[in-house]
Design a protein around this ligand. Structure first.
Ligand SMILES: [Zn+2]
Ligand SMILES: [Zn+2]
Ligand SMILES: [Zn+2]
Length: 348
């Protein structure tokens, strides 16, 4: 699965926000800006079992299509019920990668979920998969090296790709450190790493501090996967939410996008779990390209949006919409719901 990047999409550094995506030249509404295969991806099946569709992402990272749970090929060791492949071919292709996690899943799935909850289990599983990818990366060819760049379009695409980091180097460059998160949160993750992710639990040869650093990055950058689009702005009328989450993933390039409550990019995973960015409106040269980190139909008011961003990502949004709505509220004195910024609860 090859990534694809629009020739006009560039990355730059904003002194306040860090790395960002930017239009180097104009981009038209509807144009695809980025197709990014995940570095690591996990299926999520039963956040709410009553409404679950019963479809699971095939665990073979070269495939990632959804399979009806009852039709898939399971792991012979039944390490985790969400470990399912389309067929035996997908299972065989994925053997080396799955071997990395199989014993860990069999040993910890039940206890982790009961003691630490579904969210923390999923987070750790995603980390395990990122570590597995890192371990197998050196033995694999570079994800663009084997492609055939004969025609002009693919040469152009290769040029665009070379402007972005890939593989572990891209993950290592993501934002997020122990300073990003509260002390209480970092303490909890430190306990989780020691108990479940140390090099005695998994063959990754990294010190615990490096695994903790990976969690700090993953939590600031991972995507929930939903069947419908995120970030249509203004929201469609009648509003439609983005549907039930079926996966979570870390993307090496899509993660560079910053948040806006009036984003110019719509994002949605394709059938292979790749993150696809599409221009939601015309984007001028020099403009930053932003996505929405949450469902805009679910968090509508300024205070709701701020609460969401602070609890999940720990920053205060300064997008054009927030600035405008804040000014309106100040002008009309409608600040009855305003609470101190530090009053929002920490994540976890
Ligand atoms: Zn498959
Ligand atoms: Zn297994
Ligand atoms: Zn905003």
């Amino acid at each position: 699965m090859l990534p694809w990047i629009h020739p006009h999409l560039a990355q730059s550094v904003n002194p306040n926000k860090g790395r960002q995506l930017q239009a180097a030249q104009p981009i038209q509404r509807g144009e695809v800006l980025l197709i990014d295969p995940p570095y690591a991806i996990i299926p999520i099946s039963d956040v709410d079992a009553a409404t679950s569709s019963g479809n699971i992402i095939c665990n073979n990272p070269q495939c990632n299509t959804t399979v009806p749970q009852e039709k898939g090929t399971h792991c012979p060791k039944r390490c985790n019920k969400d470990v399912i492949w389309c067929n035996k071919d997908c299972r065989d292709t994925d053997k080396a990668r799955h071997n990395f996690e199989c014993t860990w899943l069999a040993k910890y799935t039940a206890s982790l979920r009961s003691k630490w909850g579904y969210y923390n289990f999923g987070m750790l599983w995603l980390i395990v998969r990122a570590l597995a990818r890192r371990c197998t990366e050196s033995s694999q060819s570079h994800d663009t090296a084997t492609a055939d760049y004969n025609d002009q379009e693919s040469q152009q695409s290769h040029l665009s790709l070379s402007r972005f980091k890939s593989g572990w180097a891209a993950i290592d460059a993501l934002c997020g450190t122990t300073e990003t998160w509260s002390h209480a949160q970092v303490r909890e993750w430190t306990v989780l790493v020691k108990k479940y992710l140390s090099s005695s639990a998994l063959p990754h040869n990294l010190p615990n501090t490096d695994v903790l650093a990976l969690i700090c990055k993953e939590e600031a950058n991972s995507f929930g996967l939903y069947p419908r689009e995120t970030g249509v702005f203004p929201p469609p009328d009648p509003t439609a939410n983005r549907g039930e989450q079926f996966g979570a993933a870390v993307y090496p390039r899509a993660s560079i996008a910053n948040h806006s409550c009036c984003p110019n990019i719509i994002h949605k995973p394709d059938e292979q779990g790749r993150m696809v960015f599409t221009a939601g409106r015309d984007i001028a040269a020099g403009e930053e390209c932003c996505i929405s980190y949450f469902d805009l139909t679910q968090y509508v008011g300024l205070q709701e949006r701020r609460g969401r961003l602070q609890s999940l990502f720990r920053f205060k949004c300064g997008c054009a919409r927030c600035v405008e709505e804040e000014a309106e509220q100040e002008a009309t004195g409608e600040d009855g719901n305003e609470v101190g910024w530090d009053a929002f609860p920490d994540f976890g």
